[in-house]
Ligand binder design. Structure first.
Ligand SMILES: NC(=O)c1ccc[n+]([C@@H]2O[C@H](COP(=O)([O-])OP(=O)(O)OC[C@H]3O[C@@H](n4cnc5c(N)ncnc54)[C@H](O)[C@@H]3O)[C@@H](O)[C@H]2O)c1
Length: 281
């Protein structure tokens, strides 16, 4: 169904919309003349997004929101109720990346990434679900990652947060169905954004690996954003935006033992390093 038919008041709040996928989603909604709340910790980038939204034909509103603070979500609900008299779609998009050999990832990094990538989703859902239930409608989009499915080596802390986001989304997809609240979980593979700005890893190797993956990606944030909105219109649950990600999902589901055997072989032989050109550095 056309998304405007489902939500004629056209009100969406997007965390982390100061950059990357969040911004691209905001601009796609702007082209459809939506009201868009840009909820980001970075005020300057939020204001930039709002200016871009206004240019594209939407109505932007910057909200200072640190997704690691549950009170910021509660304040956002109150503010948006006052400004818009409700909200139709919550996009839990803000996220960061880190990597490392499992036993070497510092505990501080685990805390940091769990707070931003996972707990933020819990806080966002806790704050907005009561409003959506009261309204009798709403849609939650949780941005996970194909990392939560593929679980590539040396990315343990990121993988764990994204797998948990998929699990949380699966739970509420069913739990919220009686209330006409849709849930979509987005699982892209690599696409170019500013995600490396805050990236951390104990060894330089993982930074180089991640940079190579980003370099090789032919997908833009805009392509991912358009795909997500199309899937939301169909009320699709799991959105795997790129073909390589869909292949991993299919292979792991149908041939789980073979998947790990092949993945371990590729890793042991350094085939991925060679493919990425890492061994030439
Ligand atoms: N880029 C990729 O290849 C890729 C692949 C799969 C999934 N993702 C996911 O997409 C989402 C968006 O990432 P992106 O690639 O656009 O990165 P990005 O760095 O370009 O954007 C992330 C945004 O989140 C904001 N943010 C960070 N910490 C925050 C906090 N505490 N509170 C509020 N906002 C905060 C940043 O200010 C930034 O505007 C993330 O959840 C990421 O894990 C990205």
């Amino acid at each position: 169904m056309n998304i405007e038919k489902r939500f004629p008041k056209k009100r969406v709040v997007i965390t982390g919309a100061g950059s990357g996928l969040g911004r691209a989603l905001a601009l796609e909604f702007a082209k459809k003349t939506w009201n868009i709340a840009v909820a980001d910790i970075n005020g300057e980038r939020s204001r930039e997004t709002v200016a871009m939204i206004d240019k594209e034909g939407g109505a932007g509103l910057a909200i200072r929101c640190d997704v690691t603070d549950p009170d910021d979500f509660i304040k956002a609900v109150a503010l948006l109720n006052k400004e818009w008299n409700g909200v139709d779609i919550l996009v839990n998009n803000a996220g960061v990346a880190a990597a490392g050999y499992f036993e070497k990832i510092p505990l501080e990094t685990w805390e940091w990434i769990l707070d931003i990538n996972l707990k933020s989703i819990i806080y966002g859902c806790r704050a907005f679900i009561p409003l959506f239930k009261e309204q009798g409608r709403g849609h939650i989009v949780n941005v996970a990652s194909n990392a939560g499915i593929a679980c590539l080596p040396e990315m343990g802390c990121y993988n764990v947060t994204k797998a948990a986001v998929i699990s949380a989304s699966e739970t509420i997809r069913t739990e919220l169905a009686p209330f006409d609240i849709g849930v979509t979980v987005v699982c892209p593979t690599f696409f170019k954004t500013n995600l490396m700005d805050q990236f951390s890893s104990p060894d330089e190797r993982q930074r180089m690996l991640a940079e190579k993956f980003f370099e090789r990606s032919k997908t833009s944030a805009e392509t991912v954003a358009r795909h997500v909105i199309k899937c939301m219109e169909k009320n699709r649950f799991r959105v795997i935006t790129q073909a390589d990600g869909r292949f991993v999902w299919w292979a792991k589901r149908h041939f789980p033992e073979a998947y790990f055997k092949i993945a371990s072989y590729i890793y042991r032989k350094g085939i991925l390093d060679k493919y990425l050109g890492l061994d030439q550095n």
